[in-house]
Write a protein that binds this ligand. Structure first.
Ligand code: PEP
Length: 252
């Protein structure tokens, strides 16, 4: 039985003080929650500080990005080893904002996945189609190709540490989420793809989570779908009460 994963992506929001206030609230709100993995991806500058605050709580920390090299002359970049030393267990890779604004390619995403796994981090790999691709009926081919390329070279043993986040780009930050049925269809297709690529045992712990305008009022119906194993939450993760309600979703 897969434990659902609910991850909050704070993006480029919160100073260290704001992050601390938020996590102190969240720690209280999530006291005793053990049936869901709650993960937060704050800005790099806050991670180490927050690692002390989440130490006795169920909250795990996550980087929003990483570079595939361990160290070197890559001004402004952060390695997997640095994220681990700051207190991260997870890392988001290939978010659509990174792909769009920072020109990340599928090949870069694959290198980042490899580097994360080598360092002991669990990658949350984001895939998703644009509105134009959706309207042209290209959703399935786009996300399948992104997943295949992201996982190139990975053997089955690595799949237990991988989470795939299906995030339709037209639903991110727009208030327009995929319906639970639309999301379920894509998740089911991605699950079938994993079955084609790996054996059943290797992928039994691989989560496929949904992201795109997840809110307290739509999480329950999303999580009621058999192939939705959690959520990646942007805007609503910046309010402790909303994020706590999402983590404590009610399965129908
Ligand atoms: C995201 O950035 O991954 C995201 C899903 O954002 P939002 O929840 O705000 O749509």
């Amino acid at each position: 039985m897969l434990i659902p994963l609910i991850a909050g992506n704070w993006k480029m929001n919160t100073t260290i003080h704001q992050g601390v206030d938020m996590v102190i609230k969240l720690r209280e709100l999530l006291r005793g929650v053990d049936s869901v993995e709650a993960v937060l991806a704050p800005p790099f500058t806050s991670i180490h500080h927050l690692s002390h605050i989440v130490a006795d709580s169920p909250i795990k920390l996550c980087g929003q990005n990483l570079h595939w090299e361990k160290s070197g002359a890559y001004t402004g970049e952060i390695s997997a080893e640095m994220l681990v030393s700051a207190g991260c267990l997870y890392v988001i890779i290939g978010h659509s904002e990174r792909r769009e604004y920072f020109k990340e390619t599928d090949e870069m995403v694959n290198k980042k996945v490899m580097a994360a796994l080598r360092a002991g981090l669990r990658p949350i790999v984001c895939v998703g189609e644009t509105l134009d691709e959706k309207e042209r009926g290209k959703t399935v081919s786009k996300v399948k190709s992104q997943v295949k390329k992201a996982l190139t070279g990975l053997t089955g043993g690595a799949l237990k540490d991988i989470t795939i986040a299906y995030e339709p780009i037209w639903a991110i930050g727009t208030g327009r989420n995929a319906t639970p049925q639309e999301a379920e269809e894509v998740h089911n297709t991605l699950r079938e793809l994993l079955f084609e690529l790996y054996d059943t045992d290797s992928i039994k712990n691989t989560r496929i989570i949904y992201g795109g305008s997840v809110k307290p009022d739509n999480i329950d119906s999303l999580m009621a779908q058999p192939n939705i194993d959690g959520a990646l939450v942007g805007g609503a993760s910046l309010k402790a009460e909303d994020f706590a309600r999402i983590v404590k979703f009610q399965s129908e």
